[in-house]
Ligand binder design. Structure first.
Ligand code: CA2
Length: 144
């Protein structure tokens, strides 16, 4: 079982600022927690500040036997039609996750463009959003 975990812009700085919004875990701490909680799963854990790199990773997942995608698109969540379009061409379980609750913040965070092309969105549970995201992807796979 192979799960691609994509992380968008600025998430490389997690744990270094705004712990009241995003918690105090670093991104590598989140990767560790995923590996500890799901020892049988091979995680391909990627962060990029570049939209094109994220799109390349989505496209590669069409052919490299990735079973599911869990993604925190960061700020691209609210702006990227290009990521949305790439996601529509990827036919595996896709779960969007957010550390913070995007519905309880500024109005511009309310809309998820990428979320329209995902199976669902888990938002507001801190690091647990990632763990729940993997659980959700496994549930979808189990029903296939
Ligand atoms: O809550 C989330 O996970 C977000 O995807 C985080 C994005 C934000 O644009 C989304 O609306 C919600 C921002 C990631 C920025 O990462 C930071 C890391 C350290 C300090 C400050 C921001």
């Amino acid at each position: 079982m192979k799960i691609l975990v994509l992380n968008g812009p600025n998430l490389n700085l997690l744990g270094k600022r705004d712990p009241e919004v995003y918690g105090s875990d670093t991104l590598s701490g989140i990767e560790q927690k995923l590996k500890e909680n799901f020892p049988g799963i091979e995680f391909n854990f990627v962060q990029s500040n570049h939209e094109g790199e994220l799109i390349d990773a989505i496209q590669n997942a069409r052919t490299d036997s990735t079973d599911a995608l869990v993604a925190n698109w960061g700020g691209f969540t609210h702006s990227s039609v290009a990521i949305h379009d790439a996601l529509e061409l990827l036919d595996i379980p896709k779960v969007e996750v957010h550390l913070s609750n995007i519905h309880a913040r500024e109005e511009f965070r309310e809309r998820s463009i990428t979320g329209k092309a995902m199976n669902g969105i888990i938002t507001g549970f801190g690091v647990d959003s990632y763990l729940l995201g993997v659980e959700a992807a496994l549930k979808i796979l189990a029903k296939k």
